[in-house]
Design a protein around this ligand. Structure first.
Ligand code: FAD
Length: 478
């Protein structure tokens, strides 16, 4: 497979490894170490890379030391927060993986409603700590992704309509720069506001974030959440999606909606046997506000038809955040592409429904992220994130297990997105971008009018493009 490297990586001189081990508090893993294969694995089983070194860093100074080795030996650098880059950006062949998993501390300041979290923290860890005080930071809809990659690229989740994207709630960041210095991105004295602007959507281009500070908001701990599985057979997918679009058009910002088209799994604990293998449309919506109000406002989503199954109810916010965890196990094969749409026209709905019916793998889905409320309006001091004018982020998520099925699954996701390209507003959500095609003009689409300003910031912080394994802003381009 294209993304596989079977070669043994070039190992640096043993004296370099010995010196690095003596310098840092974290751990250095080489291909000779017994846990090398476990440590080099990333979430997407399509990505099989063999780094020369994996440096698990316990502090900013560990990161500086690892970067010094990379600069001296001119090794590629991959930075791993939660390791869930769809495109496999957090690993590399023959280079250094800077693994931030030891930086997993979370501190909550309930009075100031702030969370301070290390660069290797996952959303599940942050949610658990903040929910102890009935607070939450807007993240994603999956608890095992890193806060780092998701926030730096934007961050759509179950709180976005009410409180904005993850990057909108980033207030401050400590960053180890390409030359090993520590910079503070923020709006306070001695901090760099331009760097904060860049980190709010510009990805991992400017340095390695060791500590994030987020604004927290009151949420739950119990919330009302709709998770209703409607039949999608025949013309039902089109009907349900049209209904949901119209509902979302007028829904208040307390409603945080998501629709998913897929196939009911043969799981008798969750679904009656008669529904197994049928096409579904899941309507999901988290209501931020009083439970009874949520029940009243969201009831039409359940009552629009007789559901195949209905998991809606009052539940802890942390449970909502883990609802999809089991569906995306480590090591399965994933090829995702996405597209931003100006509006969900009837014609687009029909095309989505037709393509969804052709999915080769029963585990694949077409995901419709409605961009509404706070996520649509740039807050004061908004950052580099681009794409708020879109009504919808459409995701084609091809998910399958057997490598011999790669070709039809990849083709399905590509064709779905290519067919809908004419309806795109030209912007792209880069966090959902999987492996990129040759010559795909992703960065301009992803960063839009902010691209030139991001190039200028990249030249200041990383003029040699040490951090290039990301949605890369090339400092050398005109
Ligand atoms: P990593 O693979 O660790 O890193 C991703 C990128 O960020 C790399 O370029 C890396 O170099 C850089 N990076 C990582 N850590 C740091 C750091 N500390 N400092 C600087 N750069 C760093 N997105 C959403 O918006 N909403 C969702 O609900 C959502 N759900 C998802 C569910 C799954 C199962 C998956 C696989 C992805 C999901 N995504 C979602 C997309 C997600 O935002 C990206 O995949 C994101 O990059 C994951 O972050 P990570 O830290 O786990 O990734």
């Amino acid at each position: 497979m294209r993304q596989t490297s079977a070669t043994t990586p070039r190992s640096p001189d043993p004296s370099v490894i010995t010196a690095l081990r003596a310098t840092i508090d974290g751990q250095v893993t080489t291909p000779e170490d017994p846990d090398y294969d476990r440590r080099r694995a990333v979430w997407n089983g399509m990505i099989d890379r063999r780094p020369a070194l994996i440096v698990s860093c316990a502090s900013a100074s560990d990161i500086s030391a690892a970067l010094a080795v990379a600069r001296t030996l001119q090794l590629p650098v991959a930075v791993r927060g939660g390791g869930h880059s769809v495109a496999g950006h957090s690993t590399c062949d023959d280079g250094i993986v800077i693994d931030l998993s030891p930086l997993n501390a979370v501190e909550i300041d309930p009075d100031a409603r702030l969370a301070h979290a290390g660069g290797g923290v996952t959303w599940g860890e942050l949610d658990a700590a903040a929910q102890a005080y009935g607070l939450a930071a807007p993240g994603g809809v999956f608890s095992r992704t890193g806060i780092a990659g998701l926030t730096l690229g934007g961050g759509y989740g179950w709180l976005r309509s009410t409180y904005g994207l993850a990057c909108d709630n980033l207030l401050e960041a400590e960053v180890v720069t390409a030359d090993g210095r520590l910079a503070i991105a923020g709006e306070g004295v001695g901090q760099d506001p331009e760097l904060l602007w860049g980190l709010r959507g510009g990805g991992g281009n400017f340095g390695i974030v060791t500590r994030f500070t987020f604004q927290l908001h009151p949420v739950g701990p119990d919330v009302y959440f709709v998770f209703v599985v409607h039949d999608g057979e025949g013309e039902a997918t089109e009907r349900v999606l049209r209904f949901f679009r119209d509902f979302c058009d007028t829904a208040p910002a307390a409603v945080n909606p998501l629709a998913v088209c897929g196939i009911v799994p043969a799981d008798p604990e969750l679904f009656p046997a008669t529904t197994h293998g049928r096409r579904y449309v899941i309507l999901g919506a988290l209501y931020v506000g009083p439970i009874e109000e949520g029940q009243r406002v969201l009831r039409p989503l359940i009552e629009l038809a007789e559901p195949l199954a209905d998991f809606s109810g009052v539940m802890p916010f942390v449970d909502v955040q883990q609802l999809w965890d089991a569906d995306y196990p480590d090591g399965m094969r994933y090829y995702w592409k996405s597209l931003n749409l100006a509006r969900l026209e009837d014609e687009v709905i029909e095309r989505i429904a037709v393509r969804a019916r052709e999915q080769p793998s029963p585990k694949s889905t077409v995901d419709l992220w409605f961009v509404a409320g706070a996520s649509r309006h740039a807050p004061a001091g908004a950052g580099a994130f681009h794409g708020r004018a879109s009504a919808l982020v459409l995701g084609a998520a091809a998910n399958w297990a057997d490598p011999t099925d790669d070709e039809p699954n990849i083709r399905w996701a590509r064709e779905l997105i290519a067919e809908l390209e004419p309806y795109s507003d030209g912007s792209r959500y880069l966090n959902f971008a999987g492996l990129q095609e040759e010559g795909e003009p992703m960065m301009r689409a992803g960063f839009g009018p902010h691209y030139e300003r991001l190039i200028a910031l990249k030249r200041r912080y990383d003029p040699t493009n040490l951090f290039r394994l990301n949605q890369n802003i090339d400092p050398a381009q005109a």
